[in-house]
Design a protein around this ligand. Sequence first.
Ligand SMILES: Nc1ncnc2c1ncn2[C@@H]1O[C@H](COP(=O)(O)OP(=O)(O)O)[C@@H](O)[C@H]1O
Ligand SMILES: [Mg+2]
Length: 275
Amino acid sequence: MITAEHVGYAYRGNVRTVSDLSFHIEKGEFVALLGENGAGKTTAVKLIAGLLRPTEGRMTVNGLDTAKTRVSERAKQVGFLFQNPDRQICENTVRDEIAFGLRAVWGKKETERIRERTDELLEVFGFRGDEDPFSLSRGQRQQVALTSTLAPRPAVLLLDEPTTGLDYRECTRIMEFIRRLNETEGTTVVMVCHDMEIVLDYARRALVMAGGHLLDDGPVKEIFRDAPLLEKASLLPPQIVQIAGRLGGEFAGADDAQTLSSLIAETAKKKGERA
Ligand SMILES: Nc1ncnc2c1ncn2[C@@H]1O[C@H](COP(=O)(O)OP(=O)(O)O)[C@@H](O)[C@H]1O
Ligand SMILES: [Mg+2]
């Protein structure tokens, strides 16, 4: 679905921001892109989105070279949620904002189809439709931007820190919606995220970047157990992995505990077996 072959990128006049990036992401994967500030994550997702063209190497999405694909063609394949929703929102009402993305991809003539899809999404997200996006909270604006991004059902959803600034409920709502898209519609998700708890809960695979390079690529659970790697990437593992690690091998479940309750349950079970 997404293939990066030795992709490099340098902003105009700058040294290389991203170097020798190679990976392959299959349809239906849920991948987290991790790394400290300045690691090159936003640049990498913009390269996948085709918003930036590699200065070296090749990026293909669904077999199409992003450097040779037209914007309109690309928009059919890929939805991109910016790090800051306010850079994305450009219409005066929530309804128009959602319809905007649909018009761009489906074409203006599809008025009936666009209206139906907009109505459906307004209902799902609980928006009236006539609100001015900028009168809403940051979390709600994030939801509007996300809704507009996923409205045309892109095969690939690129999310740059989708949960920043959201409260717990908003965050869960957005993430559960994305999970459903991934599981039921097979939408490929690539998400930049600083919240390791969310990464552990939702993503299955992680790409770890530092200094514009790819440090590692593997299942989230394995990445979070690799202390030297996390140290190198300046990342802290989620608390549950830290707790499990401190408890040590004595405690079963430490290896694949995802929640505190599963850790306790597994540990109790093992103790019972020993007794
Ligand atoms: N438009 C730009 N022009 C020049 N340099 C940039 C631009 N955007 C980002 N950079 C530089 O590229 C590096 C990586 O940035 P970015 O991809 O935004 O990292 P991340 O998203 O991991 O924080 C940073 O050193 C940043 O200063
Ligand atoms: Mg960024």
